[in-house]
Design a protein around this ligand. Structure first.
Ligand code: FPP
Length: 227
């Protein structure tokens, strides 16, 4: 297989380690999340040059509501600020925003901002998919219900009803911070994805780290169950 055919078109990231980053620097957790947004921004700016067509980021899981109210508020406020400040750049750079998860359950002002951002970026070329109020088991249950309603439950009909139905197949999943688990992220889509668990805390993760993972991916032999 040539390196070109091994290019990762769809990369997903579990951005873990904001809290530990802040703790190591004796800063409040909120600073870790804030620095995490900076890492997001740098990565989004760099992916086009790396040939990535879709970057999917796990920003807020359906389990993250269990965190203290103050931290949930911080994360929601960061989301508001991020959309507001970076939307013009998405439009200018032809980035299509997509949201996966049960995001319509978020605060009404965030839902309105996202609806507007989705509309304004709908013609973009490369996709930034952000998982918000996302849980993979919930996504699969919702997709299974829709497939069942059509009377035809197969792997294909279920896939076609997932939130990611219009995205390329997932090539590479990266989790930062050294933890080795999926935490209810893209469980179905990971069936044949390559995985990298990187020992770098999310706020310290740079485009150079991503490029190293892409180089590593290019050399992996993917068999999809064959030999
Ligand atoms: C995990 O770190 C990170 C999160 C739960 C949230 C990720 C969110 C961001 C990077 C910022 C918002 C994103 C966007 C797109 C605006 P943790 O707090 O679990 O870290 P820890 O395990 O070290 O405590």
């Amino acid at each position: 297989m040539t390196k070109d055919s091994q290019r990762a078109k769809h990369v997903a990231v579990i951005m873990d380690g904001n809290g530990r980053w802040a703790k190591r620097k004796m800063l409040p957790r909120a600073m870790g999340h804030r620095q995490g947004v900076e890492a997001v921004r740098k990565l989004v700016r760099s992916v086009e040059g790396m040939g990535i067509e879709c970057l999917t980021l796990y920003a807020f899981s359906s389990e993250n509501w269990k965190r203290p109210d103050e931290e949930v508020d911080d994360l929601m406020n960061l989301m508001r600020k991020f959309i507001k400040s970076d939307l013009p750049e998405f439009i200018a750079n032809d980035v299509r925003l997509k949201i996966i998860g049960d995001w319509r359950g978020l605060a009404p002002d965030i839902v309105a901002m996202l609806d507007d951002a989705l509309e304004q970026t709908s013609k973009g070329k490369n996709t930034l998919a952000v998982a918000l109020n996302y849980g993979a088991q919930d996504e699969i249950v919702r997709a299974a219900k829709q497939a069942a309603a059509s009377g035809d439950i197969t792997a294909d009909t279920l896939s076609a009803n997932l939130d990611t139905a219009d995205l390329p197949p997932l090539d590479l999943l990266i989790r930062t911070s050294g933890e080795v688990r999926l935490s209810n992220f893209l469980l179905w889509q990971c069936a044949y994805a390559e995985m990298s668990f990187v020992d770098v805390l999310w706020p310290d993760f740079t485009p150079e780290h991503l490029q190293a993972e892409l180089d590593n991916f290019a050399d992996r032999e993917r068999r999809f169950g064959g030999r």
